[in-house]
Design a protein around this ligand. Structure first.
Ligand SMILES: [Zn+2]
Length: 456
């Protein structure tokens, strides 16, 4: 508008431009950008906020139009309606992608693992929208997979997993029934390579290069047959043409995280003394392995350039910061703080894009809660004969605002911390964001997106 005032001598041109913009907006189709922080509950957000912007500061997420509390639902694999109170990423992503509550491990399948559930990516494609998925994990990992593929279990990632997959406890999973020669859809990687996504960016090269099994080609071969431009590093991602479907595989499995503890410190068993308290704290530093990129923001920028190049088509884009979860499993506070930071930067890109195409609904949510929590600092050590300390592992993180934040992990005595059963946040910006209820379910988020894209 400023340029219209300044260029008063070309008023006719200016009026025409404004009319053209209005006309474009009238015909522009809606876009949905769903940003997902894996394991990003309010504890994770508070930990990240304290470190990234200080306890008085506000994250980009904190400045969106609405904040709601989301109920996370899971059912048992054997009995419909029997609640399970702690979820995994597969069943929750399935609910977000299909609107149906299912059992742990399922990838867009019903609770028994026998019926495929149509996903929002499939519905959007059928309606002519472009679709894309960006993640910092392997693109075959549970969250990404549940939006565009169907699998009895999340571990059926690559061709060689079909006869050899095992679950978290080492029990064998038989994925051979989904082999192509047996009439199935193939491994998750194979399905992704032919799912028709315009953009698929993340890690997972290992699964796309695996040898054929049961009638399935190497997924990378299938992707090339479907016309994909394949990027393998930051340079090739930057060079990728906007007009071709884009597959980016930047790591063998998961992409490196942005931050780590100084001297690679993580949470440790409690020191039963206050004598060496000062020596137990540490700040976060950059992880050199992540320096070459691409970052989640860089991948999101490219995805938006490909998907949003034609406002008349509209798109659905999932952007996942996956290692908030993985670093909380590993008791690495700097790891998960940095990955919330990555989601913040990607959200910044989404908000910038929405200024150009206002018919864009931006949603930020999580799939489930996680182990990390903030506990009182010095009280967690022993004083004299009295022990107050946590039975778990703790990390004393030096924050940039000059304090110490004690992070506690105490859900497991094994190497791997566990998910928790709390509600997760939903933050929203865009048309209708201010009408989202204060309390809803993950299935409601699916219905909200489907309504906005006018898919039903
Ligand atoms: Zn997890």
């Amino acid at each position: 508008m400023l340029s219209c005032v300044q260029l008063f001598f070309s008023l006719a041109l200016c009026t025409l431009t404004a009319a053209a913009i209005a006309e474009t907006e009238r015909h522009s189709r809606p876009n949905v950008i769903l940003l997902l922080g894996d394991g990003m509950d309010q504890q994770q957000l508070t930990i990240a906020r304290n470190y990234l912007v200080g306890s008085d500061g506000m994250l980009v997420m904190d400045q969106l139009q609405s904040l709601s509390s989301v109920r996370v639902q899971t059912v048992a694999p054997t009995r419909p309606g029997r609640s399970v109170y702690v979820a995994d990423s597969a069943n929750t992503a399935t609910t977000l992608a299909t609107g149906i509550v299912t059992s742990k491990g399922r990838i867009a399948m019903d609770y028994r693992g026998t019926g495929e559930l149509p996903t929002i990516v499939e519905l959007a494609r059928r309606a002519g929208y472009r679709t894309g998925i960006v993640t910092t994990s392997s693109v075959t990992d549970a969250t990404a997979a549940a939006f565009a593929t169907h699998s009895v279990h999340r571990k059926c990632e690559g061709p060689m997993d079909l006869p050899a997959a095992v679950d978290w406890y080492g029990a064998k999973i038989d994925c051979t029934a989904q082999a192509i020669e047996r009439g199935g859809p193939g491994s998750i990687a194979h399905q992704l390579s032919s799912a028709g996504l315009e953009v698929l960016l993340g890690g997972g090269r290992r699964y796309f290069e695996q040898a054929a099994y049961g009638g399935e080609k190497r997924p990378l071969e299938t992707a090339l047959e479907h016309g994909y431009f394949v990027a393998t590093d930051s340079d090739s991602l930057a060079e990728a043409p906007l007009q071709r479907p884009l597959l980016g595989l930047f790591a063998a499995v998961d992409m490196p995280v942005m931050w780590q503890g100084q001297s690679q410190r993580k949470a440790e068993a409690v020191t039963h003394s206050t004598a060496s308290l000062a020596a137990t704290s540490f700040p976060c530093v950059a992880n050199p392995e992540a320096a070459a990129g691409p970052s989640l923001k860089t991948m999101t920028d490219k995805a938006l350039a490909v998907l949003g190049r034609d406002p008349q088509q509209g798109f659905f884009l999932l952007v996942e910061s996956a290692s908030i979860d993985k670093q909380s499993h590993a008791r690495n506070p700097c790891g998960h703080i940095g990955e919330v930071g990555q989601l913040e930067q990607a959200l910044g890109s989404a908000l910038d894009f929405a200024k150009q195409q206002p018919n864009t609904l931006i949603l930020v949510t999580a799939d489930h809660g996680h182990a990390a929590q903030i506990i009182p600092d010095r009280r967690s050590f022993s004083f004299g004969d009295k022990a107050f300390h946590s039975p778990g592992a703790v990390a004393r993180v030096q924050t940039p605002e000059g304090s110490v934040m004690m992070i506690n992990y105490a859900t497991s005595v094994a190497d791997d911390e566990l998910h928790t059963g709390t509600n997760v946040p939903l933050l929203a910006e865009g048309p209708g964001a201010d009408t989202i209820p204060a309390y809803l379910t993950q299935a409601d988020i699916y219905r909200l997106m489907v309504r906005f894209l006018n898919l039903q």
